[in-house]
Design a protein around this ligand. Structure first.
Ligand code: SF4
Length: 384
């Protein structure tokens, strides 16, 4: 069986090369060809010995994802929809901003967490993505955009694991992908420019702190356990006290960092002054350390099955003011890519994983977008 080399971090590739009778420096060369130069044809890897190129050609390949569609927003946001087989699709979204380019990456096809405000959560879970499928989103975006812009300079400067799925529920496949993102022979991103967003899988937060302490964002969305049990059912297993304690432990592995708390603003559910004051007390009760977290308030993307409504802009600002006045750094997420229906899977879940590709493609031909898709919120507003 041929091996997809996008499944390996550098250590994995070195082990694979060793099996082929090759030294580690060959793995480094190969790794750089794949991730830094975007090569997938072994013949183009001119500094590899011909014998190695032949071995690779008969044992391995570099396989990205099959692209279903690309949607370009007037504001520069680009959404790609990829086929991951068996009628499932995932998306990656590129968000250009002054001085940086952020890629929002999916970790699962669907999601089992069933958060009430998330369309992906309502669609259910299909399967975990492989390391190669997570990395292929970055590999494709980086090299496609370089080619489009006719540059050899890096285009994707930040990665947020905020697309479809709960990344920490796919931990084994996630970690090698993160390592490739951080590796100087790979994408060379600093760990503060790679963010994992979680709904609160406490044991895996601890594991991530040990294994690969990148920036951490937590989908909080509630100021007490009763409300969070309703909005984020995982809270029943890992309640707020346990979650916040895990966040503080995480910061021991990521000194000088902060935790970003994502808070989706839902009218008359979690957006009242009393909730904001409760959040202040919650955060203050954990530690005397100042500035260990910041809040990112997110306008909700309504979808029919949720039965939830978006808070008014006025309410969001009033809520933000209470947090800010209490000394908590707070930002309000702005929308991007509205004209291409580019919602982020983590918080809006617009990918049609359960919709057969043929149906999606027919819909796109007719309407120019995927069914049920919604708006993209800027995933990067408060991230490092
Ligand atoms: S918000 Fe994230 S964890 Fe919750 S259902 Fe949606 S994709 Fe899953």
């Amino acid at each position: 069986m041929t091996v997809n080399l996008l499944d390996f971090d550098l250590e994995g590739l070195a082990g694979y090369c060793q099996q082929l009778g090759e030294k580690r420096f060959r793995a480094v060369q190969l790794f750089r060809w794949i991730h830094q130069k975007g090569a997938r044809d072994f013949d183009s890897m001119t500094d590899l010995a011909k014998s190695l190129r032949l071995k690779l050609a008969s044992n391995a390949h570099i396989k990205s994802l099959d692209l279903i569609s690309q949607h370009d927003s007037a504001d520069g946001t680009i959404k790609w929809l990829f086929d991951v087989g068996a009628g499932n699709a995932i998306e990656a979204v590129f968000i250009p901003e002054e001085g940086r380019g952020t890629l929002c990456v999916s970790s699962q096809a669907g999601c089992a967490m069933a958060c009430r405000f998330c369309s992906t959560g309502h669609q259910g879970f299909s399967r975990n993505l492989k390391t190669s499928e997570i990395l292929a989103q970055l590999w494709f975006a980086e090299h496609f955009l370089r080619q489009q812009r006719q540059t050899d300079d890096r285009v994707v400067s930040n990665v947020v694991m905020m697309g479809m799925g709960e990344p920490l529920q796919n931990y084994t496949e996630l970690i090698p992908a993160l390592r490739v993102m951080l590796d100087d022979h790979g994408y060379g991103l600093s760990r503060r420019r790679v963010t994992v967003s979680t709904s609160g899988v406490v044991p895996k937060i601890d594991a991530l702190g040990q294994d690969c302490p990148v920036a951490l964002a937590v989908s909080l969305h509630a100021s007490n356990d009763t409300l969070r049990n309703y909005l984020v059912p995982l809270n029943i297993k890992y309640p707020l006290a346990d979650l916040l304690a895990a966040c503080l432990r995480y910061l021991q592995h990521a000194p000088r960092d902060f935790i970003t708390f994502e808070y989706c603003m839902l009218e008359d559910v979690n957006d009242q002054d009393a909730h904001a004051h409760e959040l202040v007390r919650l955060v203050r009760a954990q530690t005397h350390v100042d500035h260990w977290c910041k809040f990112n308030l997110i306008p909700f993307n309504p979808f029919p099955a949720s039965g939830l409504r978006r808070s008014s802009a006025q309410r969001v600002l009033a809520f933000a003011k209470i947090l800010t006045d209490a000394g908590l750094v707070t930002t309000v997420r702005k929308t991007r890519g509205d004209d291409i229906d580019a919602a982020c899977g983590q918080l809006a879940g617009d990918v049609q994983d359960r919709t057969p590709i043929s149906v999606r493609m027919a819909h796109q031909r007719l309407h120019g977008s995927t069914p049920q898709s919604s708006r993209r919120e800027r995933a990067t507003e408060s991230l490092p």
